[in-house]
Design a protein around this ligand. Structure first.
Ligand SMILES: [Zn+2]
Length: 257
């Protein structure tokens, strides 16, 4: 690890650690490239924990009938491998790259050894575990009560903030898998948002043209989860952004510093 990498890995959880913890964790870390739509389950637990930087991953579950539904979007503000951190071997979720890019891969043993009570890493890991539980609970409610368009807007907002770019590779197929619906349903909903200049969608890419209006179209789950994340993981009570905030919210800029 050189000094430049020490100060900025690109993953907010790692970059928020004190120097000694940061150095210890990254001593044997590997930086790996993830391809678009790659199944990365084998790269993670139970042997490793992933800390995305420029990549964005989607976890999901598949029913016996083969229907998949998304559980979470994880990018530069999070980690993949909560069961591994807890020392568990079993994790039934799928894990796919939504946006190609890089991530840090750190051994389970190193991560577990770093979870000494009182350390920042232990605090952050516990907080992220709480977030994962909270997010899964909210997603259960969301899937039952909210419309496909509302849910689609929520997932797009999550991908947007984790990707850190207004335009990213994302097909209607991938989005349909996360939502557990047919591709045509996504195409219709995306077409409506496109006609209102909220979203752009072409050639396997989607772009966020008007984030504020996209938030208005999303269900309340996005804001509920965002506030929980800010309070518990980032350790601060973040007031809702002002109505006139632009396409680059301050917390996105801050995380990508
Ligand atoms: Zn919802």
């Amino acid at each position: 690890m050189n000094n430049e990498a020490r100060h900025y890995t690109g993953n907010a959880l790692l970059d928020g650690l004190p120097e000694a913890e940061h150095t210890q964790l990254l001593e044997r870390a590997q930086k790996i490239d993830l391809r678009q739509k790659e199944d990365v389950r084998h790269l993670e637990g139970p042997s490793h924990v992933l800390f995305p930087t420029t990549s964005v991953l989607a976890s999901g579950l598949v029913s016996h009938e083969g229907v998949q539904i998304g559980i979470d979007i994880i990018g530069r503000q999070g980690l993949v491998g909560v069961p591994t951190l807890l020392g568990l071997d079993a994790n039934p979720t799928t894990l796919t790259t939504v946006v190609a890019g890089e991530c840090w891969r750190i051994g389970a043993a190193e991560c577990q050894a770093a979870m000494v009570p009182g350390t920042r890493f232990a605090d952050v890991s516990r907080a992220f575990l709480a977030y994962s539980w909270r997010h899964a609970s909210q997603t259960s409610l969301c899937n039952l009560l909210h419309t496909v368009e509302q849910r689609m807007c929520r997932w797009l907002l999550m991908i947007h903030e984790q990707a850190g770019a207004d335009d990213f590779p994302l097909t209607h197929d991938s989005l349909a898998q996360m939502l557990g619906v047919h591709r045509q349903t996504v195409t219709v909903a995306a077409g409506e948002l496109q006609s209102e200049q909220i979203l752009s969608s072409r050639r396997g890419r989607m772009g966020i043209l008007d984030r504020r209006r996209l938030e208005e179209r999303a269900c309340e789950c996005y804001r509920v989860i965002r506030q929980f994340f800010d309070q518990v993981v980032r350790g601060q009570d973040t007031a809702p952004p002002p109505a006139n905030f632009d396409n680059a919210p301050s917390w996105m800029v801050e995380v990508g510093r």
